[in-house]
Design a protein around this ligand. Sequence first.
Ligand SMILES: Nc1nc2c(ncn2[C@@H]2O[C@H](COP(=O)(O)OP(=O)(O)OP(=O)(O)O)[C@@H](O)[C@H]2O)c(=O)[nH]1
Ligand SMILES: [Zn+2]
Length: 363
Amino acid sequence: MLEFLDFEALRGIGLRAPIVQQLHTLTLDPTARLQRVVELQREHLLLHDGHQTLRGRLDTALVKLLDSAHDAVAVGDWVLARPDPPLGWRVFDRLTPLTQLSRRTNDGRGSPQRQVLVSNVDAALLVMGLDHDFNLRRLERYLALVRLAGIEAALVLTKADLVEPSLVARRAEQARDCAPSNVPVLALDGRDPGATAALGGLLGVGQTLVLLGSSGAGKSTLTNTLSGQVVQSTGPVREDDSRGRHTTTTRTLHRTPAGACIIDTPGLRALRLDVGDEQELQQVFGDIARWAASCRFRDCRHQAEPGCAVRVEVAPERLRNFQKLQREARRDSLTALERREQVAQWKARGRAAEQRLRVKRSG
Ligand SMILES: Nc1nc2c(ncn2[C@@H]2O[C@H](COP(=O)(O)OP(=O)(O)OP(=O)(O)O)[C@@H](O)[C@H]2O)c(=O)[nH]1
Ligand SMILES: [Zn+2]
């Protein structure tokens, strides 16, 4: 079966056994091919088959099906496609991703939407400049995003060449304090080829990494260094606040000489977490969850309650940031609930209308 698929080549672009297992449950005709999404622009995409980049588009039925489950095809996804002359390939199915990074966005009318950022990544490099870009609260948000997706993280502090060594050391220390102990923290010059060696352990064959961080942090610069060639354009930052100009506008997957895949992403202007409930968020802030177990009240909100262990043990800014994320999660879940109620009302109204119609017809 499936001998028409070139698994050897596909492994080189990150194919994993659990994805192959999914294939065995499907009945595929010999024209179908397994490909990885390397870039996505609305319905048009760039795909890779392990040998070359191909053009493709998404079947509208697939888009609709995924959309109804608040899901979407994203860069890093494994898809099935058939030849679609003269354009290229038509994607008719998407295999269930092993991991998915997503955020909440607004649809402009106030109701929160889920946006899938990337799929099938093993680790995220959280890229942050040691200059004005350095922000621990933002770091906590990114760490939460990554942990919610069950992905490993490494923190890359760029522009080490631009700040005093003593400040590099201090900020790296602050970042370490903020992150779980298994998250490596590296300070480097993203333009320096030595960065590849520093990140070596994460760049193994078939590993997929995503670079996340604000505009101007140096994601594309690092992508180029790790790729060993210029694959992404980079842009200057404003002098007063080190902000970038959103040079990168699409998420794109590249291969490194060492055989890893890296996905460069545009700097996100806002990063609202896609959390189901507050409980889930507490798990992400592991230290808060642990101390909360020692609070006097089980439902302690760590605000003004007596005997609150969290307020004693956790840094006030970190706790405030956690509470801010908690408020966001609560607001989002409330609107989700309201939306469900709204749908229920529509359905009830629809049923009532049908009933009236039936009465009329029979009458
Ligand atoms: N000196 C120095 N400059 C860097 C370093 N990393 C990035 N830069 C510079 O910072 C500017 C912004 O870098 P980019 O790589 O374009 O930043 P980005 O994160 O990809 O930004 P967006 O694509 O807008 O999201 C460029 O001028 C880079 O040359 C570094 O480690 N040291
Ligand atoms: Zn408490």
